[in-house]
Design a protein around this ligand. Structure first.
Ligand SMILES: Cc1ncc(COP(=O)(O)O)c(C=O)c1O
Length: 399
């Protein structure tokens, strides 16, 4: 199916979008074109492809039919202009920074953004003169106050954000970006396009770690950049191809296979998450629950207006802080103790003793990551088994 045919529901697009423009044998599944290079029928055709006058393929780093099928699929799901497959989610983020931030430029980002995204800006891009400020973007005033005009060029939002599950009002962030002529980039990994389409809310660029919900089976690392329009696409594509963080066709095929069941997986996982969030909020060993679907979540109303569902990520606090968190980690049997998210299996992690253990406590707590915070990435198992698993592990926390 071509990306133009796209007034269909997301559940239909996830299954049909991004086929080959010309199927070879009428195949139903997109083939894996495992070829590093592509022959030209003659010199004129080779010249036309290099000149961009012919859409044919040249070399897989510059484009590949299987990768293209996935790029078209994700661009359709996001309602964007075009996708660019990358080797990982981090390659997607760093390509956007490389292409659009020059020396002296400034970026304002969500403070609780995925750790390595913050690290690459603070430790690596700073070496090239790029400045960054991290604020709680759930509070739009903080974005506005952090601007260093005319140096600020980009607002970078992750929503829902990692690992606190706070929500940023994307329409509000887009309004600030428009007013000051800035680019709004959204990491849509936690929601997936099935639940949130940032272009419809005013974003310019959407990035994904495909490793999560879009692939959905915890067996591939990959990323995607989607551009809102052709002008932005033309600024990004050459940088991606030159720096080389592109996607492999086999990787693309696996993700394409995963995307076909995105709606089914997300529906089931978020149904489980909603029920678990309610169960946890009644549990005597749980001190608080952050899930956008709960009316007490501070941005519940915003989530309702910008998302089609509340997703499958829950953060909650347990009694006894650090020890309480470790007790839960050591006693779950169905939840797997692992970082990452978006797979069919439920994962659980404890940032204070794991992903954020090296961050000084004061700094950690300032970004909302207390000792007792547990992050659950809810999967597609039977709800009752997940509930009983958490209940058993929580009850092991000493009084
Ligand atoms: C929100 C978010 N963005 C980006 C990334 C980076 O993706 P990858 O691990 O595919 O490089 C992650 C990884 O966990 C993530 O959670």
């Amino acid at each position: 199916m071509k990306t133009e045919d796209l007034s269909l529901h997301k559940a239909t697009l996830a299954i049909h979008a991004g086929g080959l423009k010309k199927p070879v044998f009428g195949e139903v599944s997109v083939p894996i074109f495992q070829s590093s290079t592509f022959s030209f029928p003659n010199a004129a055709e080779g010249a036309a492809r290099f000149a961009g006058e012919d859409e044919g393929y040249i070399y897989t780093r510059m484009g590949n039919p299987t990768t293209r099928a996935l790029e078209d699929c994700i661009a359709s799901l996001e309602n964007g202009y075009a996708g660019m497959g990358t080797a990982s989610g981090m390659a997607a983020a760093t390509t956007v920074f490389l292409a659009l931030l020059q020396q002296g430029a400034h970026i304002v980002s969500t403070a609780s953004v995925y750790g390595p995204t913050r690290m690459v800006l603070e430790k690596e891009f700073s070496r090239y003169g790029v400045k960054s400020t991290f604020v709680d973007t759930a509070d739009l005033k903080q974005i506005e106050q952090a601007l260093q005009l005319p140096d600020t060029r980009m607002i970078y939002i992750e929503t829902p954000a990692n690992p606190t599950i706070s929500i940023t009002d994307l329409r509000g962030a887009a309004e600030i970006a428009r007013r000051h002529d800035l680019l709004l980039v959204v990491d849509n990994t936690f929601a997936s396009p099935y639940l949130q389409r940032p272009f419809e809310l005013g974003a310019d660029i959407v990035i994904h770690s495909l490793t999560k919900f879009l692939n959905g089976h915890s067996d591939v690392v990959g990323g995607m950049i989607v551009a809102r329009n052709e002008a932005i696409y033309r600024r990004l594509r050459p940088v991606l191809n030159l720096f080389g963080g592109t996607m492999d066709p086999h990787q693309a095929w696996l993700v394409l296979r995963g995307v076909r069941t995105l709606p089914l997986r997300v529906e089931k996982a978020q149904e489980n998450a909603g029920k678990l969030a309610r169960f946890l909020s009644q549990h005597r060993k749980v001190t608080w629950v952050s899930y956008p679907g709960l009316p007490e979540h501070p941005q519940h109303q915003i989530a309702k207006t910008q998302m089609d569902g509340f997703g499958a990520m829950i953060a909650f606090g347990v009694k006894n802080g650090l020890e309480g968190g470790k007790t839960v980690m050591n006693n779950v049997k169905i939840f797997t103790l692992a970082v990452s998210l978006g797979g069919v299996e439920s994962l659980i992690e404890h940032p204070a003793s794991m992903t954020h253990a090296s961050v000084p406590r004061k700094e950690r707590e300032a970004s909302g990551i207390g000792d007792g915070l547990v992050r659950a990435a809810v999967g597609c198992e039977a709800f009752e088994d997940l509930r009983d698993d958490l209940d058993r592990a929580l009850n092991m926390i000493p009084e």
